[in-house]
Design a protein around this ligand. Sequence first.
Ligand code: NAD
Ligand code: TDX
Length: 336
Amino acid sequence: TFNPTNIIVTGGCGFIGSNFVHYVVNNCPDVHVTVLDKLTYAGNPENIAGLPADRVELVVGDVCDAGLLDGLVPGHDAIVHYAAESHNDNSIAGPEPFLRTNVEGTFRLLEACRKYDVRLHHVSTDEVYGDLALDDPARFTEETPYHPSSPYSSTKAASDMLVRAWVRTFGVRATISNCSNNYGPYQHVEKFIPRQVTNILCGMRPRLYGDGLNVRDWIHTEDHSAAVWEILTRGRIGETYLVGADGERSNIEVLRAILRAFGLPEDGFDWVRDRPGHDRRYAIDPTKLRRELGWEPGHTDFDAGLAETIAWYRDNESWWRPAKEATEARYAAQGM
Ligand code: NAD
Ligand code: TDX
């Protein structure tokens, strides 16, 4: 096993990155975390506020800044790379920052890891594999060919390819994980579950794209964090691990569960236009991660996890309220 004591977490003020920082603080007492985050619209220092100052330090900066990386990276054992532009709808409205952060940013981090011989774990998505038909018995595996659909997923696919090339050509010590849709606390209100929950809390109707039958494979973000920690410390260099928790559900099923949790009628939502290029279904086969590293999800009851998540948004209105209006204005401009 690899026992890092001093790690950099890029994007540690975003949804999944900040949940990972909490996970490390709670579960790995010997590890110090340096968060490197640009604090874009999606990054919020509140997400890691209150964690012990001797365990977590925030450096505000851009992963594309090679000079900054030269100063920061030496002395660290590993980088866990979450920083990205992460929202498909934004990538359709304006792809450019996705190219820069997701592709160039990953390139800069790879160069720094090569120069200073630092271990890298690259966090990616199941969307690099494209989509499956609703009736396809198959799920994605580590051998599924890449077939991304959106500007977002194509830049994530590009970043994965860069990591593989730097491992093979330069011997960079890197691993990759491709995870399915995460839910849990600190997720931005632009994403599906928080958008619907906060719409209801604001007295607005939820918004369902297309026919609502698209399927996503939901995993609690804490289970994703545990998987990333196992891969970082016990994964084989150069390998890719798929992360998923057998959580396939259609969007309309999830939306009806949210409406039920609020005691609202199951048809109390609006249909809106579909996302262009909208992937039909994602599904992960996590056999390799389970067999090789013994990882198992802890949050196996989706309805319980959803209820906790709804309660978190109900209790933390001051966290999401400042972003809500601008987010809905962006959606309204696109008729969504
Ligand atoms: P997010 O949008 O909530 O957070 C992204 C974070 O990165 C923010 O804090 C932002 O400020 C920071 N950031 C953006 N550009 C930066 C830059 N140039 N330099 C430094 N920091 C920058 O995203 P998320 O949903 O937490 O996703 C995190 C990672 O996990 C991404 O790489 C994403 O592709 C991947 N992923 C997400 C999901 C999901 O369901 N959300 C699933 C699988 C994989
Ligand atoms: O208002 C909405 N109504 C709706 O029907 C929104 C915001 C979304 N949707 C649909 C689109 C998708 O089928 O819900 C599903 C989930 O949408 P998102 O939350 O935007 O997630 P998705 O596009 O599936 O991508 C997510 O999972 C994989 C993350 O945002 C990515 O970063 C990750 O890589």
